[in-house]
Ligand binder design. Structure first.
Ligand SMILES: Cc1ncc(COP(=O)(O)O)c(C=O)c1O
Length: 325
């Protein structure tokens, strides 16, 4: 019998699956880690479970207490799910641009959702980052603060990194991962480089995010709006360890969305828009490599979360993203 008493046992241990789109015949072997197979359908289950479980174990929170964070959506569902399992109250603050499916999903786990204007900056009191911090402070809620949480990084250092190392028997040569808070990239890259410093760790950032310039020059420039969800930032975060980045690749919304759609149609792997970004970055990396290389990418969430966005022809057309490929 293979029976699970607790859904939380199913967080992590996601599979690596071959990706072929955009990879030349004699190019490297490429596999992607399907994080959408976590219980709520995204990589964020790992981080939220680790942070909340640790806080419960340390006595920092107990059943009935409230947890809060700001998120572009995926962390919200994870908070909802984990809070439901541990008898906690959950509040999720999210910007307007978050897809309706994601907001509905968060609510379906019983979490309260506060929607704030998308264009507000990180330090704007009306923006989702500051609203979450203020509510946490005023009411004494447990503040996950994923953008700066070192436990966010740690969840991937003890989970995603070792899993990839074991699944590839230490043979991977390149790791390609989107950066939102930076937690997935930093924790995984830290673990992998400790095993083999030769492993190249490549970060994927959307056009408009401040991370790319920061990684390259340590300067913080003004960001601008982009549509892809889950990656990029308008501020530098403590969960991103820039010194672990060997290369940062910047991808446009249009390329990301069309690639996510193409991979769903040709390979049956239906990731979100940011999986498209990662796949385009992998193609660029792969074009410089031969069959001796083993490239591992991260597909952070599922296309089903974006049925009203990049998987909707009218939405794609309206924003001028639709191409025939
Ligand atoms: C939708 C989505 N969520 C989360 C992540 C990972 O983000 P973080 O850097 O916050 O760990 C990514 C990265 O690709 C993503 O695309």
């Amino acid at each position: 019998m293979q029976l699970y008493e607790d859904l939380l046992e199913l967080v992590g241990n996601t599979p690596l699956v071959r990706l072929k789109t955009g990879i030349p015949e004699n190019g490297p072997r490429v596999y992607v880690k399907l994080e959408f197979l976590n219980p709520t359908g995204s990589v964020k289950d790992r981080m939220v479970l680790h942070v909340v479980r640790k806080a419960i174990q340390d006595g920092r929170i107990k059943p009935g207490d409230t947890v809060i964070d700001n998120t572009s959506g995926n962390t919200g569902s994870s908070i909802g799910m984990v809070a439901a399992r541990y008898g906690l109250r959950a509040i999720v603050v999210t910007p307007e641009k978050t897809s309706q499916e994601k907001v509905d999903l968060i609510r379906s786990y019983g979490a309260e959702v506060i929607v704030t204007p998308t264009e507000r900056a990180h330090d704007d009191p009306e923006g989702c980052y500051q609203v979450a911090r203020r509510l946490a402070k005023e009411h004494g809620y447990f503040d996950i603060d994923q953008y700066n949480s070192q436990e966010n990084v740690e969840s991937h250092y003890i989970g995603t990194g070792p899993e990839i190392w074991e699944q590839t028997e230490g043979q991977l040569t390149h790791f390609v991962c989107g950066i939102g808070t930076g937690g997935t990239f930093s924790g995984t890259a830290k673990f992998l480089k400790e095993q083999n410093p030769e492993i190249q760790c490549i970060a994927v950032d959307p056009e408009g995010s401040v991370f790319t310039d920061y990684i390259r020059t340590k300067e913080v420039v003004e960001g601008y709006d982009y549509m892809v969800e889950g990656i990029g930032s308008d501020v530098v975060t403590d969960a991103l360890y820039p010194d672990l980045v060997d290369e940062v690749i910047t991808i446009s919304d249009k390329d990301s969305f069309n690639r996510a759609r193409l991979i769903a149609r040709t390979e049956g792997i239906c990731g979100g828009g940011s999986s498209g970004s990662v796949a385009v970055a992998i193609e660029q990396v792969a074009s410089q490599l031969d069959s001796r290389a083993l490239v591992i990418g991260v597909f952070a969430d599922a296309g089903i979360r974006y049925l009203s966005k990049c998987f909707n022809d009218n939405w794609m057309r309206k924003h001028g993203y639709l191409t025939t490929t």
